[in-house]
Each structure stands twice: as C-alpha cells, then as structure tokens.
Design a protein around this ligand. Structure first.
Ligand SMILES: [Zn+2]
Length: 261
C-alpha cells in the first residue's frame, strides 16, 4: 500500500501540473462521480490545488468541490501530455481530469468521492485523521500525546493507526522503530516519553526524506534473516496486530525496555 510519502509525491506532481489550470474535460467510470459532474459540472472550473492528507489525495476545484481519492493497494495517478500514450491499460482508467496542458488519469483507484469542503470535514474518513507526518505544520507534541493515550497497545500498531498519526504505513513503521532503537512489540506504557518522541521524530525525518526521494534500500523492512546493518544480528520478522502486518526489527539494536515488565 502506498504510504504518506508516496501520496505526498503524487500530490506535489499533480499540483505542479494542474494548479491554476482550467478543467477542459472530466470523465470517470464511477457513476457516483459522473452524477455529481452532471449536476455541478467540473468543466470550466479552475483546479485550485492538489494536496495530501495522510493517504488521501485531495484535488480542490473552484466553486467548492473537492475530489478525494485513496489508492489502497494498486491505485495510482499519472500525468500525461494530451495525446500521449498511457502506461496502463484503458480498462484500468477510473478518472480523467484534462486541462489544456496536461491530463491527470487515475488508474485502479478504488475509493473516490466528489464533495464540498464542508462535507469532507464532516463525513469523510479525512475527518478522523491524526496529524499528517509529512505536513509542513506537523504537530509532534499532539502526536506524542495521542500515542500516550493508548498505553496498552504495541507501539508498532499505534504507528499504523491513522487516527493517531496519518501517513505511516508498514514500511516506515519498521524503519522508524529501528532508527529510534525502540522494540516494535513494546507496549506504549513501557516506553518513556523521550523514546516516543524519538520514534515520532524518526518517522517524520525518514518520511520527509522519502517524500523527496524514495530510498532504494531499507534498514530492516523486508530484510528478515539478513544481517542488521548496524550489528550483524539476523533481522527478525513476525506478523503483528489485528491485520497481521509483518514487522521487521533487530532484536539486539531494539531492546525491550526493562522497566514496568
Ligand atoms: Zn542490530
């Protein structure tokens, strides 16, 4: 699943291509979108901006319309010059937004909604999101407080809870905990505030860097059994949490805290 850094990069590229441009054509295979477009045509509106909130991508149109999409596993947005050949089959097309210079095409996007700013804040999943880990105005203190409010939950699972902090997925969950020397299966109550702050700082630093350029290799993610890059101990891996997402860690570099256990 694309994480916040991927959505952030997609939003920035779309914003550069589309912001300030006028919509010349809107098309979608989703009837709930074309119904809205029929009543409140997108054609002729200006695209004000494109931004990301957690794993949601938001395209804002003049006249108070916003398109929210979520990529889930296989969705992606592409940008093409008019007439340029698409890199994915036409059967995967879900949404097209054309402007005089570019067309933005959403392929295999499973979640899409056209709504007003007010409805977005009132009813959509965006409402329930915690602070966005890659946002410029990220509020680390508030996230640390939200994490501390879940003392019985294992820290790795808390990091995936989008209502606590938005944008962290399975890769950066493991990477951030390794960078912060924190054991993924430690319950929040076992951690000091300094340790929680270190995890949040590491997640933000790694994901901000990845938002500029996604790393080719990771420290622990997907490296089960391979030697730790710090100490040489084989990297451990185990399913964790209700959704059984695989967690990777180094048993030696990420010691479980001794206190309170
Ligand atoms: Zn190690």
């Amino acid at each position: 699943m694309p994480e916040g850094d991927t959505i952030f990069r997609a939003a920035r590229a779309l914003n550069e291509a589309l912001a300030g441009r006028t919509v010349t054509r809107f098309d979608s295979v989703f009837s709930h979108l074309t119904r809205v477009d029929h009543d409140l045509p997108l054609r002729g509106r200006t695209i004000e901006r494109v931004d990301a909130r957690g794993k949601h991508l938001l395209i804002w149109f003049s006249g108070d319309l916003v398109l929210r999409t979520h990529m889930r596993m296989h969705g992606s947005w592409h940008i093409y010059r008019p007439g340029e050949r698409w890199q994915r089959p036409r059967s995967d097309m879900r949404i097209v937004i054309a402007t005089p210079d570019y067309e933005a095409v959403a392929f295999s996007v499973p979640v899409a909604e056209l709504t007003s700013a007010r409805e977005l804040e009132r009813t959509s999943p965006v409402r329930a999101l915690g602070p966005d880990i890659v946002a410029d105005d990220f509020d680390a203190t508030s996230v640390v407080r939200r994490i501390e409010s879940m003392p019985e939950i294992e820290i790795a699972d808390v990091l995936l809870d989008q209502s606590v902090v938005a944008g962290i997925g399975n890769i950066f969950k493991s990477e951030s905990l390794f960078a912060a020397h924190v054991h993924p299966f430690a319950r929040v109550a076992e951690l000091s505030r300094a340790e929680i702050e270190r995890v949040v700082d590491a997640a933000r630093r790694l994901m901000r860097a990845a938002a500029i350029r996604r790393p080719a290799t990771f420290a622990v993610y997907s490296r089960g059994g391979e030697p730790c890059r710090r100490c040489g101990t084989p990297i451990s891996s185990r399913k964790q949490g209700e959704n059984a997402r695989i967690t990777y860690w180094c048993e030696r570099c990420q010691k479980r805290p001794a206190r309170d256990v």
